[in-house]
Unconditional design. Structure first.
Length: 295
């Protein structure tokens, strides 16, 4: 059985840890509120922009001429992995890493065997995880969350679009956490480039039913819409991940605080039992000594 001093030191240590986790939970809750407001405001804009792009491109034959919509045999792949800069957020980062590895195994095993799969890391945890696994990692935007503004995300999106247009990559996917609520984050694995019109059929029907008047021309509108849509898509993924991170950290710190409280109860019980045993032992020694003197 541990000594009274050891148990007392453990109680002090666990109590300090509980105060830290409680403070981290409060900080995460404050950050979550701001992050949640940002993503709620972004979603309708991103959705409407995507609908506009699908509608215009469905009715424009020259839309397929865009280098960002050009499909070619997949030899080199870039995967944009959005994680956090710090840990202590449960399985948030681990799940993203697992989903990315599963994506590579199922879809890009041949390219990975040739060393043609590169990771574009947004967040330091993802960069560290894939560097340890021997992947080539683009670390130019790992600190994006320290300056989370549209301008910084725009620069990352422009670099990805340029590399795809010049043929450095034949496909670009993005893996991130979508924020649902504080306790739930949904992992998304989306095709980023080349652009694939998911609702091309329905968009063609809408175009046929409604006679749009375009000013300037449809081609000029597409030339502006496609890059902007991709920038907004990446920005939304980063905002979703940021809100998900704060929700995951808040949940993890709440669990840690509860576990610390349970551990404190057990340690105090052990402390009291140890103290009672020590007192009983001392009493028995005194009684034994008194009896020995009497005899």
């Amino acid at each position: 059985m541990a000594s009274l001093k050891e148990v007392r030191n453990r109680i002090v240590s666990v109590n300090s840890t509980q105060q830290i986790t409680k403070a981290m939970k409060m900080v995460a809750a404050a950050k979550l509120r701001r992050a949640q407001d940002n993503i709620i405001q972004m979603r309708p804009y991103a959705q409407k922009l995507g609908d506009m792009l699908s509608t215009v491109s469905a009715g424009t034959e020259s839309s397929s001429d865009s280098p960002l919509k050009t499909a070619r045999p997949i030899e080199k792949v870039l995967i944009v992995v959005v994680t956090s800069d710090r840990g202590l957020c449960g399985a948030f980062n681990t799940n993203i890493v697992k989903a990315t590895l599963l994506l590579i195994e199922e879809r890009y095993a041949i390219q990975a065997a040739k060393g043609n799969v590169e990771i574009f890391a947004i967040g330091k945890k993802g960069a560290e995880a894939f560097s340890r696994r021997g992947f080539k990692v683009n670390t130019g935007f790992t600190d994006l969350f320290t300056r989370l503004k549209f301008v910084a995300v725009k620069q990352a999106a422009e670099e990805i679009m340029h590399d795809f247009s010049t043929g450095r990559y034949d496909a670009v996917d993005i893996v991130y956490n979508e924020f649902k609520n504080v306790a739930t984050q949904l992992i998304h694995t989306d095709r980023y480039l080349p652009i694939v019109s998911e609702s091309a059929t329905s968009a063609k029907v809408k175009t046929a039913e409604v006679n749009y008047i375009f000013e300037p021309t449809e081609e000029e509108i597409l030339a502006e819409l496609i890059p902007k849509s991709l920038k907004i898509m990446l920005y939304r993924a980063v905002l979703e991940s940021n809100a998900s991170e704060q929700g995951a950290r808040m949940t993890a710190m709440e669990k840690a605080t509860e576990n610390a409280q349970d551990l404190l109860k057990e340690l105090k019980l052990i402390y009291n039992r140890t103290r009672q045993a020590a007192i009983t032992t001392e009493i028995l020694e005194i009684v034994g000594g008194a009896e020995a003197l009497k005899n």
